[in-house]
Ligand binder design. Sequence first.
Ligand code: BGC
Length: 752
Amino acid sequence: MAAICGLLLALNMSASIANPSSDSETVEQRVSALLARMTLAEKIGQMSQVNVGDSYIHDYLAEGLRAGRVGSVLNEVNVDVVNELQRIAVEESRLGIPLMVGRDVIHGFKTVMPIPLGQAATWNPDVVREGARVAALEAATAGVNWTFAPMIDISRDARWGRIAESLGEDPYLASVLGVAMVEGFQGDELSAVGTIAACAKHFAGYGAAESGRDYATTNVSENELRNVYLRPFKAAVDAGVTTLMTSFSDIDGVPASGNEFLLRQILRGEWGFDGFVVSDWDSVRQLQIHGLTENDRESAFEAATAGVDMEMHGDAFSKHLEELIEAGRVSLDVVDTAAANILRAKFRLGLFEDPYTDPEKLPDIANANALATARKAALQSVVMLKNDHDTLPLAAENLNSIAIIGPLADAPYEQLGTWIFDGDRELSVTPMHAIHSLVGHELDVRYVRAMENSRSRVTEAFDEAVQVAADSDVAILFLGEESILSGEAHSRADISLPGGQAELVRRIRQSGKPVVAVILAGRPLTLTNIVDEVDAILFAWHPGSMGGPAIADLLFGVESPSGKLPATFPRMVGQIPIYYNQKNTGKPPSPETIVHIDEIDAHAPQLSLGMTAFHLDAGYTPLFAFGHGLSYATFNYEQIATSAAEIRLGESVVISAELTNTGAFTADEVAQLYVRDLVGNVTRPVRELKGFRRVRLDPGESTTVNFELHTDDLAFYGRNMQLMTEPGEFHAWIGGSSETELRTEFRIIAGD
Ligand code: BGC
C-alpha cells in the first residue's frame, strides 16, 4: 500500500493538466491541446493496445510505454503491476498520457453473475444494471478501467457458442438490457471511483455466423441489419457507451474490421458516435487471412480508413501507419481523429486526474451486496419450462428423502459458465450444498454424480443412480453442458444434452419416481428427447456463483420461478434459425395446413395440406417459445384495451390489460407487449416485443399493466433505409409469452 500512496503523491504533473472532465467543452479543449503537442508516432501509439501477458516480462512493454507507443493494455489484473504500468506511462513518457486497462469482465469479476443469456432471462434491467455495477466495482480494484462488455449481438442460432454471452434473440430486449449493463459499468459519472468504460460488441452482425459456426461468414441484408442487428448498438450509443468493438466476421463481403459502411457511414455519420472503436483481437491483421488484403500494411490501411481507432493485440498499426501517412495514402486526419477519440475517453474517465488504483477506496470483493446481487440475478434467471401435476415446488415436510443425481449438481466451476477469466470458483455455492443447507436437517439427501462430466458416455454408475432414485421420494437430475461447451469458438452442431445424459434420464424414469430436471447450460438446448420423460424442468443457464441457493429456493418453493426465455428453444436443430419475430411469408403455416411425415397417406397424397412454410418432420412451432416461463402462481390476463382506436403520427397510445394472480403463490410475472404492423413498405415481423414489465402479485391480487407506445417506437427502416413509422393498422397483444392470444387493434393516421 505504501508504494501505491507514493504513486498517488507523484501525480502532480498530470494533475496540472487536470480540469473537471464532465464538462464536454473542456474535454474537447483538452483533447485538442494535447493532440497539438503529439508527434505522429505518439498518436499512432494511442491507437495500439498491447496484451500484457505477452510483453511485460520482456520489458518490451515498459520501453513502449516510455516511448509513447502504447495507448492501452489488456489482460493484467495484478493491481501493483497495473499501477506500475500507469506510472511508467504517466511519469516516464514525454506527454504522460495514462492507459486504458482492458479486460473481459463479461458477467462478473470474482463474484460471477449468471451468463448474460441467463441475465436476459430475468427480463429485469435493474438486476442486470446492478450485476454490472458489482462487476465494475470488483474489476476496478485490479486497476481495470475498461470492460469488453456488453455483448449485444442478436443471436438467433443456439448452435453458436457465443449465444451464452449475448442477451438473446430480440432487438428490443437486448437494447433495454444492454443499456442497463452500460449504465451499471459506467455509472452516472464515468470519472468516479469504481466505474469503468463499457464496450458494446461485436459491431456488427457477428451473431448471424452461418450455421452458428463461430467466426463464419455472415449474410445479413442491409434492411435486416438495420431493423434487427444494429438496434441494440444504436441504443448503447445513445446511452453513452464509451467504446465499440468490431466483429471478427465478414459481412456482405467486407470483414467488420475493415468495414467503412458500418464504422464511418452508420456509426459516425448517422449516429454521431464520439467514443472510440477497438478492433477485436488481432482482427486487423486477419483482414489478410480473410482475403481482403495482401499484407499487414494493407490491413492497416483498410482498418484505419474504415474507422478502427485502436488495434487490439496486433502490430499492423504500429508498424505501418506512419509509412502509409508519409506515402499520402492515409490522411493525417484519420490518425488525428482516432487519437482524439481515444484521448476523449481517457479524459472522460478521469484518468488524467487519477490514473492509479487504490483498492482500499473500493468495497471488498464478494461482499454481502455482491453475493446478494448474484443470488437475486440467478433466482430471476431460472425459467421453469414445464411442471406437470404441480410436481414443483417440493414440499420438504411431505418428503422423507430426495435423490440428487447428475454431473452438474456439485460442479463449482461448471456452474459459472463461459468467460470467467477472474471468476473465483471458491465462491461458488453448488445446488448440492445449497439443498443440504436448506432441507438437509429435515430429509435424507442422497447424491450420485452418475457421470464424470456432461459429455461422458460411460453408463456404469447408472444402475446405482436408478437404485437411489427408486429408494427416494423424488429424483432431481442436474444435467446440461459444462462451461467449456459454450462461449467463443465453442459452437455445437447438435445441441441436445451431450453424452449419455438422455439415457440417464430414461433410466431414472424407470424408477417410477417423480423426476425433476434442472438444466445448466450456455444455450437453448433441443430437449425433445427428454421432455416427456421428466415431470418438471427448471432451465438454469450457467447461473454463476450463487446458482445453488437460487435453485434450492426455487425447488422448495421459497420463491417462485419467474424467468422468461430470451431465445426460442427449437424442437430440433434443423429448425434453426427459428425465432418469434419472423416474417409471415406468402404461405404462412397453421395447425390446419401442416402434415407430419408419419401421417402422409401414400394413396392419397395430401398435397393441399402441404403448401405452407413448415417442416414435414418438425412443423413450424418451437418446443418452447420466446418469452415462455411458468410460475408456481397462475396468471390471468384479460380486458386488453387501447386508450384510443386511432392516433396520429407523433402521438402515443396506451395499451393495457388486467393481470390477476389466480393461484395460491406470491410470485413475479413478466408481462409482455407485442405489436404487429400489418402492412409495410417492407414486410414486417408477425410480432415484435415493444414493452415488458416485471410485477409481483399476491394470490388474488390484480393490477393493470399499461404500456405507452409512441408512434416513434413503431418506426422501422423501409426500402430506402430511412427510419419511418407508417400510418395503418396495428395489432397489439399482452400476455406472459410471445404466444399470447389476447389481442387488440389500433390505427395510426397521418399527422396534419
Ligand atoms: C473476443 C472478444 C474479446 C477479446 C479480448 C476476442 O477473441 O472475440 O469478445 O473481448 O477476445 O479477450
